[in-house]
Design a protein. Structure first.
Length: 487
């Protein structure tokens, strides 16, 4: 009887208190969006911002650690809390950037902010999953919301095309992942990650073809969400066509959620398969960072350039995954936070440079922008330096920790190739600065003007980039602490 008692139910609900708050606010935003008319619909964004702030309270207050809720479906531990903070920061910054962008593009609907809140809820479920079913539920809640957000600017053919491509390819990836989970269940008789690892080890099933195929299909689904080569082809078209704040949301939040789910599976199952997946991941990391950087060199559109850049950065994060151990995985977590701040900051500048019907994402449109908008130019310079890994920014420390972990683990060539790729990437980041400061402004190009909300989003992103770059040790210690319950 106690199993179904009030105390157990209360503890289970407390484990999902952050998700419940966000989902509740998504329903409130939808309702308010129906009541409000015309320009007043923009106020639904402020309600969403308040929802993100309120959702932080359970994380600060703490709901206990080291237990599983809802019959082993959800895990409550420092690892989950670490990623929840990341998703709330990303969601808050994206909504803040969207306040004026959605008015400009005519999509200031309650549905827009409700979908962002629901997608964030799905990300949190993936980070806290203790069961393959929970991972899949979180993935689908997140994915379906982002599909709709990608095509929310219905009058823009590129946006509709982006949503259609993302939906079709995402559906295939989800099907492969689900089939892989089914094969693992057929081999072990359970979806629970901890129990699955125990059965695989005790019964010596790790070498069975059914298990290997199941794990391969599961990793394929994660590779699609992470845009790893050769599952990256959707990324440039979707990132270019989606609304710029949503592109930032996909490049940071969606990618971080996929890495969180991958780490959950890795900590439970992959250690027993290390000899079988290590070389594959090594090749994936090198191919991803190399192809992403080389193709980015030829891009004339800033959004497409940042899209291929995001592919390359997924390869850098994968280096930390391959290095493994507390050092490598902590470097991964640090990198995800650093990348979130610098990438959202860069996309914020791109969004503010555009006007309705004139996104101004071509490099020629950025000619002389550093003098026309000196504050935006300065902010973009910091973000691009961070993406390139120039000290004293967060990007430099993130790469230092990741490549250092690879060297410590004996992956010398992987670290060398990563450093060489970073040198290549510096060229196309600096190329944007050349257009901003060393080219005459192009005639007929009218750029946008910074809004208060957009400027605040940029300032918060700048603070994150400089704070993690100048004083990274305390945050890295938090990352290491969040991993100790998992390793």
């Amino acid at each position: 009887m106690e199993l179904f008692g009030i105390e157990t139910l209360g503890r289970d609900l407390s484990a999902l208190s952050t998700e419940i708050i966000l989902f509740g606010f998504s329903l409130a935003v939808l309702l308010i969006g129906v009541i409000l008319k015309g320009e007043t619909r923009r106020y639904t964004g402020y309600v969403a911002l308040f929802g993100y702030i309120l959702a932080l309270l359970p994380l600060f207050l703490g709901v206990g650690e080291g237990f599983e809720a809802f019959f082993g479906m959800v895990s409550v531990d420092p690892f989950t809390t670490f990623f929840k903070f990341l998703f709330l920061i990303v969601g808050f910054l994206v909504v803040l950037l969207s306040l004026d962008y959605t008015v400009r593009e005519g999509v200031a609907f309650g549905e827009y902010y409700a979908l962002v809140l629901i997608a964030t809820t799905g990300m949190m479920l993936m980070a806290g999953a203790a069961n393959l079913v929970t991972i899949f539920l979180g993935l689908e809640i997140m994915s379906l919301s982002v599909y709709a957000l990608s095509g929310i600017t219905r009058e823009d053919p590129r946006s509709v095309e982006a949503a259609f491509k993302y939906f079709l390819l995402g559906a295939f990836a989800s099907a492969f992942m689900l089939y892989g989970m089914a094969l693992l269940y057929a081999s072990t008789g359970t979806f629970h990650l901890g129990e699955m690892a125990r059965v695989l080890t005790e019964k010596g099933l790790m070498s069975r073809p059914l298990v290997l195929v199941g794990m391969g299909l599961l990793l394929l689904g994660f590779a699609f969400k992470l845009a790893l080569v050769p599952f990256h082809m959707w990324t440039p078209d979707v990132y270019e066509g989606a609304p710029t704040p949503i592109t930032a949301f996909m490049a940071t939040g969606v990618k971080a959620a996929a890495f969180a789910g991958l780490l959950r599976v890795a900590f439970a199952i992959l250690p027993e398969l290390q000899g079988k997946w290590e070389e594959l991941m090594w090749v994936l990391a090198v191919a991803t960072m190399t192809l992403g950087n080389l193709v980015a060199l030829r891009q004339e559109d800033v959004k497409r350039m940042l899209a291929y850049s995001s592919i390359a950065h997924a390869g850098y994060v994968l280096v930390g995954f391959i290095a493994g151990g507390e050092r490598g995985h902590a470097a991964m977590l640090f990198y995800l936070y650093a990348y979130a701040f610098m990438n959202i900051g860069a996309f914020s500048v791109v969004a503010l440079m555009g006007r309705r019907g004139q996104p101004n994402t071509l490099l020629d449109c950025w000619s002389g922008a550093g003098f026309k908008h000196p504050l935006l130019g300065l902010a973009m310079t910091v973000f691009l330096f961070s993406l390139a890994g120039v000290p004293p920014t967060a990007g430099f420390m993130a790469k230092f920790y990741v490549f250092g972990a690879a060297v410590k683990a004996g992956y010398y060539w992987l670290a060398i190739l990563g450093v060489l790729n970073s040198a290549v990437a510096a060229y196309y980041y600096l190329r944007v600065l050349v257009y901003m400061y060393f080219r005459e402004p192009k005639e007929g190009v009218e750029t946008g003007y910074p809004s208060l909300a957009g400027a605040l989003a940029i300032l918060l992103a700048l603070w994150g980039v400089l704070q993690l770059g100048i004083s990274p040790s305390g945050f890295l210690a938090l990352a290491e602490q969040s991993l100790r319950s998992m390793l």
